[in-house]
Design a protein around this ligand. Structure first.
Ligand SMILES: CC(C)(COP(=O)(O)OP(=O)(O)OC[C@H]1O[C@@H](n2cnc3c(N)ncnc32)[C@H](O)[C@@H]1OP(=O)(O)O)[C@@H](O)C(=O)NCCC(=O)NCCS
Length: 194
């Protein structure tokens, strides 16, 4: 399919473009990324080019991965990225996201993740979106909770982090039509201390 543009109260979610290379490269130097995410590390400008010119357009074309840039206006600079990747058997989506450090703390990713998940349930034949984060990544937990995910348990991270291995992780799920009656997240997550 063609890339889809979404709008929220404060954001435009559109396609990350080759013009975003410098910002993606800059934000992906973040020292927390290799412990939390699966990105090339060290992250180079060539990695951003591959992401923007191959991974993003191929993902939309093959309908295997749907990736958006967060911006405050359509011609504005990229603030961060949210994406969902199809897992085939059983068919689910895995959500992932990052914001450039200067743009955190404004609730932008919570707003974007809600819109991306709502689009998935409206537009794709999928019943469940899955989320995971490395134990202790409470900012990611905050986004998942705000986007209506329920906690489903602790287990090793499914994907390998850039720093290596599959660390202990928290897992969550958002099911189609899930209402406000989802069980609260456990204290062992919300009150976690490193
Ligand atoms: C995860 C990330 C996108 C969150 O960005 P953010 O700007 O902090 O998110 P928001 O401002 O939308 O906050 C969402 C919620 O999380 C809460 N939160 C944010 N940081 C938190 C922290 N360190 N501890 C506890 N709660 C936190 C916010 O209070 C907010 O909750 P609310 O909606 O109840 O107010 C950002 O921290 C990031 O890019 N981190 C590095 C990459 C990463 O870890 N990606 C996720 C991999 S699973």
């Amino acid at each position: 399919m063609e890339p889809v543009e979404l709008r929220t109260e404060r954001l435009v979610l559109d396609t990350p473009l080759p013009e975003d290379r410098a910002r993606v490269t800059e934000y992906c130097q973040d020292p927390v990324f290799p412990g939390y995410m699966t990105l090339p590390w060290p992250y180079t400008s060539d990695d951003a080019v591959f992401f923007l010119e191959s991974l993003v357009p191929d993902g939309w074309r093959t309908e295997r991965e749907f990736t958006w840039a967060l911006r405050e206006a359509s011609d504005g600079p990229l603030l961060g990225v949210v994406g969902m990747r199809v897992q085939p058997e059983p068919r689910t989506l895995d959500i992932g996201y990052w914001l450039g450090a200067p743009h955190r703390g404004h609730g932008y990713m919570a707003e974007a993740a809600r819109a991306a998940v709502a689009w998935a349930f409206d537009s794709l034949e999928v019943e469940t979106v899955l989320w995971e984060c490395v134990v202790g990544n409470l900012a990611s937990v905050g986004v998942a909770r705000a986007a209506g995910f329920s906690y489903t348990g602790a287990a090793p991270l499914k994907v390998e982090v850039s720093s290596g291995g599959h660390p202990d992780a928290w897992h969550g799920a958002r099911r189609r039509g899930a209402g406000p009656d989802a069980p609260p997240w456990p204290a062992e997550v919300l009150e976690h201390r490193a």
